[in-house]
Design a protein. Structure first.
Length: 367
């Protein structure tokens, strides 16, 4: 990359700011002649003297020539005093930031590159406005956590040369409920899973990534199969009230997985392999069925959240089987088709997640 003198990275999430700054720092560092030309300064400050010290260290680091010549690369990491906090309001901090801004404005890119990452940030502060005028700025203001996370996933994959299909980033962001740390962790696992042989697909994400949503999504799943429509709608209302910008995609993905497992269990019950009952299966029943039929359900060594024999046997027999035993196979298949239709409705009816889910619940749970 053609080096700039100053990079200013801000976000409404500390991980997103730090992750993007790390990408820039690593790219700039590739041209460094030696490790002595690289320096990371902690920008976290609880009081004025710590904020002043961070600013002074950054100026000194960028102004001090490299031992072997060449350009210095400095990262002022995790600045928390461009905000309305105690340190950010002090006159000493304001003066130190003004001095730092003045230094950075005059900095030549052949001498040094300075990366500043900040969270939280008050965009009304003079330092923020000053750097907007001359620095290479990236400000990741949250539209909503899931959208911001999806953008971060796409950027992370691009920078790290991880191939990922278009819809996979959005689906992963929805499943991890917009948590960027979890998203990056899951990307690394998915990249290992596909082994560089092909892009990470949306199906890979759906099959391999566990649901990380708040407990409310699990309450909804349990209510969905309870047969109590009023309780299920109440659970939906609580979930969307507590999560104003929540996406329904993780809920539908979770229900699709679970419903697929119930279809398999109900088929085994109707075929006489398992006991047809709304109570837990006898001990060893799931293991016995796996011994006879696991290969017919997929590769015995392949872990999939859509394969009943890849699940914990106790969970399958004691938690899922009673749900399958209480619901006809036809009703479960109809439900799976309705879930697929609901996923399409989310795409065609943006910002209508709660209503789409209500329509789905009424359709599937009405007698």
């Amino acid at each position: 990359m053609a080096a700039k003198a100053v990079y200013f990275i801000t976000a409404d999430d500390d991980f997103i700011a730090a992750n993007r700054a790390r990408e820039i720092f690593d790219e700039l560092s590739a041209d460094a002649l030696d490790e002595m030309s690289l320096e990371i300064i902690d920008g976290a400050a609880g009081k004025t003297d710590e904020a002043v010290s961070a600013c002074e260290k950054t100026i000194a680091a960028a102004a001090t020539p490299s031992m072997f010549g060449g350009r210095k690369v400095v990262w002022l990491k995790g600045v928390n005093f461009i905000s309305d906090g105690v340190a950010g309001r002090s006159e000493g901090t304001k003066a130190a930031l003004a001095k730092l801004a003045e230094f950075l404005e005059k900095l030549a890119p052949d001498v040094a590159s300075v990366v500043v990452s900040a969270f939280p940030v008050d965009r009304r502060k003079p330092f923020f406005k000053k750097l907007q005028a001359f620095a290479e700025c990236e400000d990741f203001q949250s539209k909503d956590p899931v959208s911001a996370c999806a953008e971060m996933i796409s950027r992370h994959c691009r920078v790290n040369k991880i191939a990922i299909d278009g819809g996979a980033a959005e689906t992963l962001a929805a499943i991890v409920a917009g948590n960027p740390r979890m998203a990056v962790s899951e990307i690394e696992k998915l990249a290992t899973y596909v082994g560089g042989e092909r892009p990470i697909s949306e199906r890979d994400v759906i099959e391999m990534v566990p649901i990380f949503g708040e407990g409310g999504s699990f309450d909804i799943s349990n209510a969905f199969y309870s047969g109590d429509l009023a309780a299920a709608l109440a659970a939906l209302k609580r979930y969307f009230f507590a999560n104003k910008k929540a996406s329904a995609r993780p809920i539908i993905t979770s229900l699709q997985r679970q419903n697929s497992l119930l279809i398999q269990l109900r088929s085994l019950m109707d075929g006489g392999v398992l006991t047809k009952s709304a109570y837990p299966q006898p001990r060893g029943a799931i293991e016995s069925a796996a011994g006879r039929f696991a290969e017919a359900f997929g590769d015995a060594d392949e872990k999939s959240s859509y394969n009943i024999f890849s699940q914990n046997a106790w969970y399958a027999g004691n938690k899922l089987a009673p749900m399958a035993g209480a619901t006809s196979l036809k009703r479960l298949i109809d439900c799976q088709m309705n879930l697929a239709k609901a996923f399409e409705d989310l795409i065609n009816r943006p910002n209508s997640d709660e209503q789409v889910m209500r329509d789905l619940f009424v359709l599937c749970m009405s007698k």
